[in-house]
Design a protein around this ligand. Structure first.
Ligand SMILES: Cc1ncc(COP(=O)(O)O)c(C=O)c1O
Length: 377
């Protein structure tokens, strides 16, 4: 969709990358690291300064005690952390549970690692203020003796759901009962709205030993192109992840890891401002979408709005997204890309709002044309 956006000169609300600057301090830290000749391989599982900073932050935000020497693997983005983890923990014939709609990589990641993904539905709220929910019985049915892991993403892309303590507790009980690992992608941990709280699965009783926590710099510091992320897990699991990581990529960019250590030292004020900035972007885009005829599912975290497009009368999400990018000039992601069965997402599209106010204004302006036009055919 980013390529389509370029082709049609559309406003790109498809891919989740900010179109505004990264914080000046970390750009300076990266420049200094390069100038200071931190230009050779870092230790394969991550520069010590960054691992220390990650451990410190997990203590500050989640009350977790993490050993930076034995329990952290720094990777090329949380994308690599996820595939390295799945390759490390799963064998052929294992099953991995994934909530859907899901971030596109999880299904293919499970398949690449020889496991079979099995999907549990998150159901959209019926009203604007409601939450995406899952059915407890459906979740229980997904666990059996073949289940190796469950992948959880909170705050969630694409739905914006933030899993509650009660929901995490239910998942924890099943993980303990069936001896299953939780692999949690917490890359949007600081992007929260409406008083929601991010809770790390690893902080729940009994989960410290059976959780792999994945995170990274991309979203929190607006540096999706730096490719620095990490996996945090008990020593035995970390040993396996480190071996896979070494063979996959050897290491993440050394100077950017040093800049990462500086970034993770930011004060609480930085994170509060980050969340407030995204809240105002959310509240900027959602009324424009609603006025144009979309039904919005209000996100509680992350920086996407999932929408229902039934009002426009298109047969499916792909033809609607094509029309939107080519004729209206706004790029979005078709909902089917977040589901195992494309039909489940055929009346949904996702908008990313990690954009400058003027970008959102321009999208809003173009979307008014949508309101006035009838779909072709
Ligand atoms: C849920 C989720 N996980 C991971 C990623 C990718 O993160 P990274 O840039 O650290 O590889 C994204 C990017 O959109 C995402 O939405």
């Amino acid at each position: 969709m980013t390529r389509q956006a370029m082709l049609y000169d559309a406003v790109n609300l498809a891919q989740g990358f900010p179109d505004f600057s990264a914080p000046a301090e970390i750009k300076v830290a990266a420049q200094q690291a390069v100038a200071g000749d931190i230009n050779q391989y870092a230790i394969t599982w991550g520069a010590k300064n960054l691992r220390n900073a990650i451990a410190r932050q997990m203590g500050v935000w989640q009350g977790l005690t993490v050993d930076p020497e034995k329990e952290i693997t720094v990777c090329c983005g949380s994308t690599e952390a996820m595939i390295a983890t799945l390759l490390a923990v799963s064998n052929a014939g294992d099953e991995v549970i994934v909530f859907e709609p899901f971030y596109e990589n999880y299904g293919p990641d499970a398949v690449l690692s020889g496991a079979r993904p099995s999907f549990v539905k998150l159901r959209p709220p019926s009203d604007d203020g409601g939450e995406w929910t899952f059915d407890e019985k459906e979740l229980r049915r997904a666990f059996d003796k073949h289940t190796k892991a469950i992948i959880l993403n909170t705050p969630n892309n694409p739905t914006g759901k933030v899993f509650t303590r009660a929901e995490l507790g239910l998942i924890r009980d099943l993980c303990v009962e069936f001896d299953v690992l939780a692999i949690t992608d917490e890359i949007y941990e600081h992007i929260l709205y409406d008083g929601t709280e991010h809770i790390s699965m690893a902080s729940l009783d009994g989960m410290g030993e059976r959780t792999v926590t994945i995170n990274g710099m991309s979203k929190t510091y607006s540096v999706t192109g730096w490719r620095v992320g990490w996996a945090v897990a008990a020593e035995k699991i970390t040993n396996a992840i480190r071996k896979v990581h070494d063979f996959l990529t050897v290491g993440a960019p050394a100077p950017l890891q040093e800049a990462g250590a500086a970034a993770l030292g930011f004060s609480a004020e930085y994170y509060a401002k980050l969340a407030a900035g995204y809240r105002s972007r959310r509240d900027h885009l959602m009324p424009a979408l609603t006025a144009a005829g979309f039904k919005c599912f209000r996100p509680r975290g992350a920086y996407y709005v999932m929408t229902d497009i039934s009002a426009f009368g298109f047969q499916d999400d792909v033809s609607f997204a094509k029309y939107l990018v080519e004729d209206i000039g706004v790029a979005t992601v078709p909902g089917s890309s977040f589901y195992n069965n494309p039909r489940d997402g055929a009346q949904q599209v996702r908008f990313a709002f990690c954009k400058k106010p003027e970008t959102l204004d321009e999208a809003a302006r173009r979307l008014t044309r949508l309101r006035r036009r009838r779909p072709p055919g």
